[in-house]
Design a protein around this ligand. Structure first.
Ligand SMILES: Cc1cc2nc3c(=O)[nH]c(=O)nc-3n(C[C@H](O)[C@H](O)[C@H](O)COP(=O)(O)OP(=O)(O)OC[C@H]3O[C@@H](n4cnc5c(N)ncnc54)[C@H](O)[C@@H]3O)c2cc1C
Length: 305
């Protein structure tokens, strides 16, 4: 068997808001915590977070760096690695896990908190990086507010794209067009969109045009639509391949089942943030705190048994 690097009370996968908040709580309970994070992540891509109380404006990068420093101050260790698998080892009664990382790392831990998030599924568009998170957005709760009064194009490939367009029209701007990429909606929707004055275009996005400011989007057909904001709605891909061998229960929508303390169907393994269904930094942080408090209680109980 490979040598085990070290043994921890809790191994946390992912240094996003969920994982970092859990680490801060657990370390303050005196637990040995290792955070394993591969870098990147959705929060780091958020250029302007304005809905996290106490921060009138903070970049995702700053939020994470501050969280890492705070967790380290209470004793959390962090390693920049990719977790490739987690197995039950049963070395702690009902708890006990082994985590493997790319490059051959092996870690033993009494418990695991997974906060590995998700990746946006993005269409292939030229110049996307230039406008991403400035005028090209992927989350209405995060950035819908930035479409206020703007010519907004909504991109996507499902019924939820149409629902998003109706919501944006109601909340933020009268000037909404939808580019439906390979999806034909049921007839009822077309009437509703017409009544709301929302144009539906059956096409795929190709190029974003502008200077510092987004001005228009070229479609595969060659048509150009004027827009100064884009909301993209192609969904997410969960960062969960390393959980594959555990047989964790999911609900029909693909969300991992947890109890109200975010413990998964496997005792000792908690799941917070995107994998548990929420896609807001402050919610992931709250879930991390709840998971850590419950886990700590369980560790106290196990010690006194
Ligand atoms: C452009 C943009 C703007 C946003 N704006 C806002 C906003 O204004 N307000 C708001 O509340 N939310 C915002 N969000 C959403 C917010 O970032 C997410 O809700 C939040 O990131 C969820 O936290 P998390 O801890 O689940 O995941 P993340 O922050 O995504 O962190 C997951 C971490 O796990 C790591 N990881 C993944 N797989 C592995 C692995 N196998 N091994 C090791 N590490 C791994 C990732 O690299 C990453 O560092 C925004 C997101 C984006 C993309």
């Amino acid at each position: 068997m490979d040598p085990v690097a070290s043994s921890y009370d809790c191994l946390i996968v992912g240094a996003g808001p969920g994982g970092l908040q859990a680490a801060i709580y657990l370390c303050r309970y005196g637990r040995d915590v290792l955070i394993v994070d591969r870098g990147g992540g959705r929060t780091r891509h958020a250029r302007r977070i304005e809905n996290f109380m106490t921060h009138s404006m903070i970049s995702g990068q700053d939020l994470i760096e501050k969280g890492l420093a705070q967790a380290a101050r209470f004793g959390a260790r962090t390693e920049k690695k990719t977790v490739t698998s987690i197995e039950r080892s049963g070395h702690e009664g009902p708890f006990g896990f082994l985590a493997r990382t790319a490059g051959g790392g092996l870690y033993k831990s009494r418990s695991v908190i997974v906060s590995s998030g998700a990746q946006d599924i993005l269409p292939r568009i030229e110049n996307l990086a230039r406008y991403f998170a400035w005028s090209f957005f992927t989350c209405v709760d995060c950035d819908g507010y930035r479409t206020r009064g703007k010519k907004t194009a909504i991109l996507g490939d499902s019924e939820s794209t149409l629902r998003l367009a109706l919501a944006v029209k109601q909340m933020y701007t009268k000037d909404v067009a939808v580019v439906l990429d390979g999806y034909t909606p049921p007839p009822g929707y077309m009437e509703e969109m017409q009544q709301e004055g929302i144009e539906i275009i059956y096409d795929s996005p190709a190029v974003l045009h502008g200077d510092d400011t987004l001005r228009s989007m070229e479609l595969k057909s060659g048509r150009r639509i004027l827009c100064d904001a884009v909301l993209s709605n192609y969904g997410y891909k969960l960062n969960d391949s390393f959980l594959g061998g555990l047989g964790l229960k999911k609900d029909p929508a693909g969300k991992y089942q947890t109890n109200r303390h975010f413990e998964s169907s496997l005792p000792g393994l908690y799941i917070v943030g995107h994998l548990a269904g929420s896609d807001q930094a402050i919610i992931a942080a709250g879930e991390g705190a709840m998971a850590a408090m419950d886990l700590n209680k369980r560790l106290i109980e196990m010690h006194s048994e």
